[in-house]
Design a protein around this ligand. Structure first.
Ligand code: PGA
Length: 250
């Protein structure tokens, strides 16, 4: 009953020209996708990509990689939710571990960004996940539950239902290491339980929770066969049209 969602996170890759090439190659390959398909491209590529995917029937939706919580103002380098909306963006990644690690993102700012995105009518993809030490110390469940509930603070049940969570174990991102199908399923189950504890089982059952971290054509089938996993957030494998389409068409 939850429609799977496969999103590409291009990170800091591709010029507008390269983005056009990739999206044009991707379009026919995902034309029959059974899931929601999103490409989260660098902001400088919005204007080049949007017209390519605006035709009726095109399955690809536009995503951004971050959003600021203020409407406007003196926040050099940031983009507001309204700006993203105006550029044709539908989804936005929030709280990616790279932003938490390198750019001082906290659970508090993740929450502020999530609220702003929802208020503007954007669909947030909120990233949570433990690092290697936290998993080894047995804190995975505590960390992912806490990060999830903090991110969702202040939202209504309906708003929670419209939010996508991406469970991305930090140790699996860009490393070639993947959580096993069972590990990913189990931790996503923990996240769903945490949501159920605060917002009720019905709401939790509606939230789409992706797995992310070295997801690729060779492991997508096993991961997507797990009952709790509703899709993927794909980094490296989203930069090649064939690879990404194989993930989409798992
Ligand atoms: P990866 O990145 O697929 O390259 O591991 C996933 C992500 O960071 O969203």
């Amino acid at each position: 009953m939850r429609k799977p969602i496969i999103a590409g996170n291009w990170k800091m890759n591709k010029t507008p020209e390269e983005a056009v090439e990739l999206v044009n190659e991707l379009k026919p390959l995902v034309a029959d996708a059974a899931c929601d398909v999103v490409v989260c491209v660098p902001a400088v590529c919005f204007a080049a990509v949007k017209p390519l995917i605006s035709k009726r029937g095109c399955k690809i939706k536009l995503g951004a990689q971050n959003v600021h919580w203020a409407d406007k103002g003196a926040y050099t380098g940031e983009l507001s939710a309204d700006m993203l909306k105006a550029a044709g963006v539908e989804y936005v990644i929030i709280g990616h571990s790279e932003r938490r690690q390198y750019f001082g993102e906290t659970d508090k700012t993740v929450n502020k960004r999530t609220v702003a995105a929802i208020n503007a009518g954007l669909k947030p993809i909120v990233c949570v996940g433990e690092n290697k030490e936290e998993r080894e110390q047995g804190y995975t469940d505590t960390i992912v539950s806490y990060q999830t509930l903090m991110a969702l603070t202040g939202l209504t049940n309906e708003q929670v239902e419209g939010t996508v969570i991406a469970y991305e174990p930090v140790w699996a991102i860009g490393t070639g290491l993947t959580a096993t199908d069972e590990q990913a399923n189990e931790t996503i189950g923990v996240i769903r339980q945490a949501i159920a504890g605060k917002y009720g089982k019905r709401t939790a059952a509606k939230v789409r929770i992706q797995y992310g971290g070295s997801m690729k054509p060779s492991n997508v089938k096993g991961l997507m066969a797990q009952p709790e996993i509703d899709g993927g957030l794909i980094g490296g494998a989203s930069l090649k049209a064939v690879d990404f389409s194989q993930v989409v068409n798992y």
